[in-house]
Design a protein. Structure first.
Length: 400
């Protein structure tokens, strides 16, 4: 199979490979998808000014993130149900990330357990994303398992105090419990490679997939609603919980979903080592700002004390450099590795990451820079003025 040329090509291939309900669950935003459009518009409106004739022989993409040296400034973001995209998808993602020299953050809501992922990807740098359960003691016990599996960094998702209103999921029947319908049946039947290679394989080998990290007594098929209160996601999570987590977890602690300076300061006060300036891929709050628009203010305020990461909306290596130019030390990517995984399993995920690395390298070379961290010197913000019909867009209001 020919390797797609860019992330858009991987996305197209994923759209063909996956049932529509699963593809849209990953691809789309929430409500009217304003935040999703805003992400792209904001990223597209940023330009970086190159230096010419700098003659650097080669670039250095290695980056320090939360005490570890990674091959490039990327981390595979936590994504629920990645194991539905490809059989043993979470292990495949971890192996691909390890080969590319970057960490992978495993979701509380993965299908495969952290122990199985560790066994399948012994060399991987594994991070873990926490959705706190109502029963804190169960979450604490999970953290002990996570630590034993050699996880260095815990990423607490802070931006999901309730379920977002993703109407396409309802239309597609992609809800918990799943809504079986003729339409959903046809959707699955029309994707025989996924049906046989993923779903039937799970059904034959282990039965309907479950959320692997849930305690055995509360574990139910991902298609069914778990009624147990103990493992409901804690919607009342607050900063006291983060202070408590700081006492429980000895490794690096990162708060994901920060979009304001005040919260960034609170994360610092709570003892976090890092934050992810993130809009959850524009999947949660449809009036959230684009992270790129608030990033530099946050990085200026806490960047000396905390490792600032960013995510949401990345399509190109140049998007990664735009985030770094605005103050991120490194960038998380969620949807893209899943497109790679859907396209061609582990090799597809690796191809996708290699493609992004090459795009970062080419863009950096074009900018006349040697390291991503130098990108702030090339930052120039431009905003497109409203276009009159038939005229070309003009750049205006140039600032530093
Ligand atoms: C889970 O975190 C999701 O965005 O669906």
């Amino acid at each position: 199979m020919q390797r797609p040329l860019n992330a858009g090509g991987f996305r197209d291939a994923a759209r063909r490979a996956l049932p529509k309900a699963l593809f849209e669950y990953i691809d789309r935003g929430t409500e009217d998808e304003n935040a999703l459009r805003c992400l792209r518009n904001s990223l597209d409106s940023i330009t970086l000014v190159p230096r010419v004739l700098t003659g650097h022989p080669q670039r250095e993409l290695r980056t320090e993130i939360l005490g570890e040296t990674t091959a490039m400034p990327l981390v595979v973001a936590p994504t629920a149900l990645a194991g539905l995209v490809s059989h043993n998808g979470e292990i495949k993602l971890a192996r691909a990330a390890a080969r590319m020299g970057i960490p992978v953050c495993i979701s509380t809501q993965s299908i495969t357990t952290i122990e199985e992922i560790r066994a399948g990807a012994p060399g991987a740098s594994l991070w873990f994303q926490l959705y706190m359960w109502k029963d804190r003691n169960l979450s604490r016990a999970l953290l002990e398992r996570v630590e034993k599996a050699g996880v260095t960094t815990l990423v607490v998702t802070a931006d999901t105090p309730t379920s977002p209103k993703r109407e396409y999921n309802h239309r597609n029947g992609f809800s918990i419990p799943i809504k079986y319908s003729l339409r959903l049946g046809l959707d699955v039947a029309l994707h025989p490679r996924w049906l046989c290679g993923v779903l039937l394989r799970y059904l034959l080998e282990t039965g309907m997939p479950t959320y692997g990290h849930y305690p055995q007594e509360f574990r139910s098929a991902v298609t069914r609603l778990s009624i147990a209160e103990a493992v409901r996601l804690e919607n009342l999570l607050n900063w006291d919980d983060i202070h408590q987590l700081r006492r429980w977890w000895k490794g690096k602690l990162v708060i994901k979903g920060v979009l304001g300076v005040h919260d960034a300061h609170l994360a610092k006060t709570a003892g976090a080592d890092g934050i992810v300036v993130s809009a959850h891929g524009a999947r949660n709050l449809d009036i959230a700002p684009a992270p790129i628009d608030v990033l530099s203010g946050i990085a200026d305020a806490v960047g000396h004390d905390l490792d600032v990461l960013a995510d949401s909306g990345v399509k190109r290596g140049s998007d990664v450099l735009k985030y770094i130019a605005n103050g991120a030390r490194s960038v998380m990517i969620g949807r893209l590795p899943l497109w790679g995984l859907a396209t061609n399993g582990e090799a597809g995920a690796e191809d996708l990451l290699a493609m992004l690395r090459d795009e970062i390298d080419v863009t950096l070379t074009m900018l006349g820079l040697q390291q991503p961290s130098e990108c702030h010197t090339a930052l120039q913000r431009t905003r497109l003025t409203p276009q009159r019909s038939g005229t070309k867009s003009k750049f205006a209001e140039q600032g530093s």
